[in-house]
Design a protein around this ligand. Structure first.
Ligand code: SF4
Length: 487
């Protein structure tokens, strides 16, 4: 190597970087012989979000007298803070602050996560693919379809197996897909024997090229329960078509309570409980997440001993996107006629009660590994401290959910984090910001690097930092109740 190249040791790749060049991840560069983190370091600033004039960075704390510095209006995030891989040395920043008279410490680092992925919730009735089927990006396996939730299809993407256990290209594409999704960009995903879906955090999904507008109001049975009263007296029968639980008004408990007469309707599929049918069709992207385009295809002939000529039947999907109105003819065959205005209102009401369809992206990672050694010499004590709610964990200042059980396995909604909070290294692994905030006294007790604690004022002279407003929906990351983090 040429003499003027310097080695970056912020990840296992250990790039040699020539002057004026960047390393393989573009996060570090050689600037005049110095290894520098190239992206700006992000500081949350409450004064900025209030519209107060912004003074030079922490001007009020410039004259530090050696005591713990008050810094409740600013929070030093880990975004752009750098990494001290493999954590044989303390985290890049260990910052002191005083909150309501309690001395606090925030340990700030960009973690390298080989054990990470995203859980994606896609608000749509449309069947995206069978559970367990593989999800691909650019032809590579990057995850799978997992258990669907109420009104949403779920994908589990990434994880250590896709990052490290397949081909090099599978790992790289997985890392790239996770990075895009975590940084709020769109990713196009193909599901084996299923749909193509474009996913972007906090944006509507695009399924097979069609923008999804509405999340279902409920399952077919719930829809009957919600709107039975509004249909009563205006219609004889309603079927809410749903891939999971199709509802039938006259048989449903809600219809019984309203004394809706029997209609002799017969549905295909499996009757679960009165007025609730499973598997009336196959999953698909048409009516109510089924594969049907003709709703009559889920009906068997009406019972001639009960049904009558002129019987009024409404069939509607769980989003109100599909609907059809029929009247029985002389032979008790449904004949489609125009939906009467008074019933149109009820269809509109179903649509009105549907929430906008969105994609939600939750980063999930294991922080129970070596990065703990950058916080304390005795890593298990950090795990215990998090478990005991003495240490608050945040990602870019955003609140996280820490899973029960062993380790520090966390989830965070990427849309609550500042923009472009994530990076990557080509091992491949994702780089995610993580901050641990706890009382100074507790930090000392768990074997923290108290000699490396520095006041916020010590960051003054470096102009490579940007202030951003905290997101209004997030709690302020520094605890405000006597220093003891809430659970
Ligand atoms: S990939 Fe990035 S973090 Fe890793 S050694 Fe190279 S420049 Fe440093």
């Amino acid at each position: 190597m040429s003499d003027d190249a310097i080695r970056c040791d912020a990840c296992p790749v250990l790039c040699y970087i020539k002057p004026g060049r960047t390393g393989a991840c573009d996060r570090y560069g050689n600037r005049d012989g110095q290894l520098v983190r190239l992206d700006p370091h992000v500081v949350l600033d409450r004064a900025k979000s209030r519209g107060d004039s912004v003074v030079p960075f922490l001007e009020t704390e410039r004259e530090w007298d050696g005591s713990i510095v008050k810094g409740p209006e600013t929070f030093i995030t880990a975004i752009g803070a750098g990494t001290t891989y493999p954590d044989y040395k303390p985290a890049p920043f260990i910052i002191s602050s005083e909150v309501e008279g309690v001395d606090m410490v925030t340990v700030v680092t960009e973690g390298i996560f080989s054990y990470c992925g995203v859980k994606v919730k896609i608000d749509t009735d449309r069947h995206l693919g069978p559970e367990r089927n593989l999800v691909r990006a650019k032809g590579e396996h990057v995850g799978h379809v997992t258990t669907s939730e109420y009104g949403s299809q779920m994908l589990s993407l990434g994880g250590v197996r896709h990052l490290t256990g397949g081909s090099r290209n599978e790992g790289n594409v997985t890392c790239e897909t996770l990075l895009d999704l975590c940084n709020g960009k769109a990713a196009e995903l193909e599901i084996d024997n299923g749909a193509t879906v474009t996913v972007q955090a906090d944006k509507p999904p695009i399924v097979n090229g069609a923008l999804e507008e509405r999340m279902r109001v409920g399952c077919g049975s719930a829809t009957i329960g919600m709107f039975a009263k509004q249909w009563f007296g205006k219609i004889d029968e309603v079927v809410v078509v749903d891939d999971h639980i199709t509802g039938v008004l006259s048989e449903h408990q809600a219809g019984k309570m309203l004394a809706v007469p029997e209609t002799g309707i017969k549905l295909k599929g499996r009757r679960s409980t009165p007025g609730r049918y499973f598997k009336v069709a196959e999953p698909g992207t048409a009516w109510g997440g089924t594969n049907i385009t003709d709703p009559l295809s889920i009906l068997a002939p009406f019972d001639a001993n009960v049904a009558w000529k002129g019987l009024r039947l409404l069939m509607v999907s769980t989003t109100g996107e599909h609907y059809a109105y029929y009247e029985l003819d002389d032979t008790l065959q449904p004949t489609e006629v125009e939906l009467p205005a008074e019933l149109r209102v009820s269809v509109e009401r179903i649509k009105e009660n549907c929430e906008p369809a969105l994609c939600s992206v939750l980063f999930m990672g294991g922080a129970g590994g070596s990065l703990r050694a950058g916080v304390t010499e005795n890593p298990v004590k950090l795990t215990r401290s998090v478990r005991e709610s003495l240490t608050r964990v945040t990602c870019g200042g955003a609140p996280v959910y820490v899973w029960p059980g062993g380790g520090i396995t966390l989830m965070v909604d990427v849309s609550r984090m500042p923009q472009n909070a994530f990076g990557y290294v080509p091992t491949p692994a994702l780089v995610a910001p993580i901050e641990f905030t706890l009382r100074l006294a507790d930090y000392g007790a768990l074997g923290g690097y108290v000699e490396r604690v520095r006041p916020v004022s010590s960051l003054l002279e470096d102009n490579g930092r940007v202030r951003v407003s905290p997101r209004p929906e997030n709690p302020w990351p520094l605890p405000s109740h006597g220093g003891k983090p809430r659970s």
